[in-house]
Design a protein around this ligand. Structure first.
Ligand code: MN3
Length: 207
């Protein structure tokens, strides 16, 4: 049985300051993400290891393989595990501030310009009611990139879309520094996006 572990952050808790504050990041990682890891492991244990030999992104892509009684829990905890795992990777203290290469070209094709992409993504992030995520995804059916939002911990994998970049807009992602000011958090977050990582994900998928 796959036993999931809390992934290590690729930077120290204070390294995304002042854009993402140390205390919020530490609680977000050690408490919130850990709770999704534990919830996922507990749920999978309850339904028996042999029924889920695949990695969680494959399970999320086909939740019907999970017994109905555990499907909501796997969706929530598995989504929470996988969403946060990506979230840590798409941030960096050494942000390149804007995409390059083929991803930059694709963004120009589908969103006119990087500024326009950022505006659409920010506005959608702001418009999510309650808790959720905003995503840049690759849609393998149409071989194109899209911006989508999901509520709670729903993962783009459940829609057969591959997440490239995700922004957590749950209050727990920003409350100690920004309180209720989600808009300020979103504006600040652009300063820590690891575009090299996001661009590499895109290049691997779109070959
Ligand atoms: Mn979170």
């Amino acid at each position: 049985m796959v036993h999931y572990l809390l992934p290590r952050l690729p930077y120290a808790y204070d390294e995304l300051e002042p854009f993402v504050d140390k205390d919020t990041l530490q609680i977000h990682h050690q408490k919130h993400h850990q709770a999704y890891v534990d919830g996922l492991n507990n749920t999978l244990e309850q339904i028996g290891g042999k029924s889920h030999p695949q990695y969680i992104s494959s399970i999320l892509s086909d939740l019907n393989i999970i017994p109905e009684s555990a499907r909501n829990a796997v969706n929530f905890f598995g989504g929470g595990f996988e969403n946060h795992k990506l979230f840590w990777e798409v941030m960096s203290p050494d942000s390149d501030k804007k995409p390059g290469g083929r991803l930059a070209d694709a963004i120009d094709v589908y969103f006119d310009s990087f500024d326009s992409f950022k505006r659409i993504f920010s506005n959608l992030s702001l418009s999510i009611q309650g808790s959720g995520w905003c995503w840049l995804v690759f849609n393998p059916t149409y071989n194109k990139i899209e911006i989508i939002t999901t509520t709670n911990q729903d993962s783009p994998w459940t829609m057969r879309k591959i997440p490239l970049l995700g922004l957590d807009v749950w209050e727990h992602a920003y409350y100690l520094k920004y309180q209720n000011r989600r808009s300020d958090y979103i504006d600040a977050w652009w300063n820590v996006v690891n575009w090299e990582y996001v661009g590499n994900r895109f290049s691997e998928l779109s070959d």
